[in-house]
Ligand binder design. Structure first.
Ligand code: G6P
Length: 611
């Protein structure tokens, strides 16, 4: 939520910042801006996407060797030029960008207003900035000291970058709850919300921790805690290539990421799953096997698409490991005083590893003694670092706002965990274990098969793109897939869509069915197949339009459905890894047919770092 970039060094700052903002647009894109520091402090900002800022800045003076930039997802104040970051302090000497929310901004604002401060924007950021300036003036202290004093008084989450006209080579940064990476170059430093704006310049990075302040100059990086004690920066090497964050010839990141899936699922299995030897190697699981096997309960904690992966994991772990599972929305779990007992295992699922609700829910649970296992995509992210153990999904950077390859990566990791734990526990026998391993190993090839020809799905998208509503139905392992299909459609095409357990539709949604309602059935061959055939008939009897995801070779469902998207056969526990692919494509092609920006759908952001 909001992307931030900073640069200080011998190069022109503006092009580096602009390029970085474009890479971070997935975090928010309702307005953007830059502050450039030379002899003078210049601020340019604009409502809309980064391209609009770029256009508005053409011909203006952008010469500077130090600067900061921001792409916004609005929290306080509507998207507009004046609410865009960076904000300037009353004197005009300080400029700041901010990712997060200052919860007690209203009382600070009132105090400042009593002192005569006037505000140009509706943002909490401008309040924090003037609070810093006020402290600086009253205490006759440095900007860094004033920032430290201010941060001790604020409640909320932040990553801020602050520049001061009187100190033209320095960027002061601080974080609590919102991510910050600093790239270390030769005589230059790069700051960003994630590593994507940095990797083409350097692979050496420092992930700043909560409650740390960084004083960044071209030749120097000083890290301190809020108590003003110096901290030793922990320099890590980035394991990421530039190509991984580029479109690679595809029109959109979303399409690229859908087509990445044979490779990204394989990357997730590689080095872990050996179907011939019948082994799964996952050090995070092996090192904590007793806690996992003896778990009294597993609680899946996640948001959005990752929550759907958690729901699927409930089916997997209960079926295969015979461990009771609950699936929790992180935003509810963190506030409702949940019962957490010794012996509970929390599995945190997150692509970004930065989702604020998930992070805080886990911190609360950890304090109560729960064991946290992180299933995370972004290496080095906050959730990965705070987990007691974990397994990365290795899907590579996911940039399209709607999650695709991270989801299938999550399913692959969770499946391997369930198989390994179930086998060690003795709740699945050798034969089933071997069968599941071979089935999982074959998934990447089967995904590639689905992707060989998508023309049928494009035609279906064209046919139904003007529908006002969609219903998605599935049973068993395919029910979470129905939820995920509906979510993808809402996110990308702005068409109202609901996912439901196929049998439950008789308790309400069936009233919506008429000749205008497309109903997507996730109806692959599994133990519920006969039941879902009956549900399809119930919809047809009411003249609904049926679009089915069916198993290749099936003749019954295709005989009843108006349109069919085929997937290869697979064990029902793994079928979601296949059945979700046509649904991702369907939403993508409907979004394209409607002329929408599928990579940056309105109002959404990829990494939700506010609650
Ligand atoms: C946002 C994104 C979703 C994602 C959800 C959870 O809503 O748009 O794609 O599923 O956050 O994010 P996480 O990074 O924790 O998986």
């Amino acid at each position: 939520m909001c992307g931030i970039v900073g640069y200080t060094g011998p190069r022109e700052a503006y092009p580096i910042i602009l390029k970085g903002l474009k890479r971070l647009e997935y975090r928010g894109y309702d307005s953007s801006g830059v502050a450039l520091l030379n002899a003078d402090l210049k601020v340019y900002k604009k409502k809309g996407k980064v391209a609009e800022l770029e256009e508005s800045v053409v011909g203006k003076d952008v010469h500077a060797f130090t600067g900061i930039g921001h792409t916004r997802w609005a929290t306080h104040g509507e998207p507009s030029d004046r609410n865009a970051h960076p904000h300037r302090s009353k004197s005009g000497n300080l400029a700041m960008i901010h990712n997060g929310i200052i919860e007690n901004y209203a009382s600070i604002k009132q105090d400042l207003q009593k002192k005569g401060y006037e505000f140009k924007s509706d943002t909490d950021t401008e309040v924090l900035l003037n609070f810093i300036e006020d402290i600086k003036e009253n205490n006759n202290c440095t900007t860094e000291q004033a920032l430290r004093i201010a941060l001790k008084r604020v409640v909320g989450a932040y990553c801020v970058l602050l520049i001061d006209k009187d100190d033209p080579e320095t960027i002061i940064a601080a974080r609590k709850g919102s991510p910050l990476v600093i790239g270390i170059g030769k005589g230059e430093h790069f700051l960003a919300s994630d590593a994507s704006p940095i990797i083409e310049y350097t692979k050496e990075v420092v992930y700043v921790n909560d409650y740390e302040i960084a004083i960044v100059k071209p030749d120097e990086l000083i890290l301190k805690n809020l108590g003003n004690e110096k901290q030793t920066p922990f320099i890590q090497k980035l394991d990421m290539e530039l190509a991984a964050i580029e479109k690679g010839g595809y029109d959109h990141f979303m399409l690229k990421e859908i087509f990445d899936q044979p490779g990204s699922i394989f990357d997730c299995l590689r080095g872990r799953l050996n179907a011939d030897a019948g082994t799964i190697t996952m050090s995070g699981v092996e090192n904590h096997l007793p806690s996992l096997i003896n778990a009294q309960r597993i609680v899946m904690v996640a948001c959005g698409t990752s929550w759907h992966a958690g729901l699927l994991a409930e089916y997997l772990f209960e079926d295969i490991c015979r461990i009771p599972v609950e699936v929790e929305y992180a935003s509810e779990f963190r506030y409702r005083n949940p019962v957490i007992n010794k012996g509970d295992v929390i599995i945190a699922i997150s692509q970004s590893g930065e989702t604020a609700d998930t992070l805080v829910a886990l911190e609360n649970a950890k304090e109560k003694g729960a064991f946290i296992f992180g299933v995370v995509n972004a290496v080095g992210s906050s959730i990965a670092r705070m987990s007691n153990a974990g397994a990365y999904t290795h899907a590579g950077p996911e940039i399209g706002v709607a999650s695709t390859k991270a989801f299938t990566g999550q399913l692959a990791v969770l499946a391997m965990m369930a198989f390994k734990i179930g086998y060690a526990k003795g709740t699945i026998d050798e034969k089933r274990y071997q069968h599941l391993l071979t089935e999982l190993w074959n998934i990447p090839d089967k995904v590639a098969q689905i992707l060989e020809d998508t023309s049928n799905i494009q035609a279906i998208a064209e046919k139904y793109k003007d529908a006002a509503d969609f219903l998605y139905l599935g049973r068993g392992y395919n029910f979470p897939v129905a939820l995920e299909g509906a979510l993808k459609l809402k996110e990308i095409s702005y068409i109202h869509a609901e996912g439901y357990p196929a049998a439950e539709m008789k308790h309400g949604p069936i009233a919506l069915v008429d000749e205008n309602l497309p109903v997507v059935f996730v109806a692959t061959k599994d133990k519920y197949y006969e039941k879902i055939v009956s549900n399809v008939q119930e919809i047809k009897a009411r003249k609904g339009k049926v679009i089915a995801v069916a198993t290749e070779g099936d003749t019954v469902i295709p005989g009843m459905a108006d349109d069919v998207m085929y997937v290869p056969d697979a064990d029902e526990a793994l079928a979601p890894l296949l059945s979700v692919i046509p649904l991702q494509l369907l939403s993508y092609y409907i979004g394209i047919a409607k002329g929408l920006d599928v990579d940056k759908p309105r109002n959404l952001a990829k990494s939700v770092t506010v609650e």
